[in-house]
Write a protein that binds this ligand. Sequence first.
Ligand SMILES: [Mn+2]
Length: 241
Amino acid sequence: MRSPHSAAHKPGLSKHGKTLPRVITLGGDHTITLPLLRSVNKAYGPISVVHFDSHLDTWKPKVFGGAPSKQAAINHGTYFYHASQEGLLANDSNIHAGIRTTLSGLSDYDNDGYCGFTRIEAREIDTMGTAGIISAIRKRVGTKNPVYLSIDIDTLDPAFAPATGTPETGGWSTRELRTIIRGLEGINFVAADIVEVAPAYDTNAELTTMAAADTLFEVMTLMVKKGPLTVEGLGEGEEEL
Ligand SMILES: [Mn+2]
């Protein structure tokens, strides 16, 4: 019988030098990214994150939710703060895209910077265009290092993805998000998630789940086109910064 195709015997990108399979997670509450990053950390060490979201998700527990208990301090607006505190994020090589959240104050952006992130705001698509956004993300994470991709469906405008817990107006269209993700070809995405989809709140036409499924298609296509995460492929197509 033919054994399943695998590149596990080849030298890979992980810190133990193995070629590991990628993991894609679908949800649900964005807090799940914290345990996922902890697992990814065991395999790769500190990792760069490309984060599509309308919110920062780096809030300190006292700012977001009031942290009434130790357990409640970890939630879908604070998990990146905890990830940063736990040393899971690579220094200064993480980026948010699609941001348009209400802020508690300018200190939110300062704190976000301390967690190692820069930001592309949703409205910047009007001046930078999708090409400018793609270029900024590529420059930030490069094509050499392992990268984690986290996509909150609320990156999309509620017109395209209404079924989510914390919708924000003024977001990108499904076409724009798909174009931007397509532009990230060649980046070493070792794992990804697509989260905050709440099918029970969707329209009869199932707009949100359709957008999430097609976003997943784009992410999987990036990974398939890139091929296994072996060391041989490393460095090819590296851009000048
Ligand atoms: Mn989020």
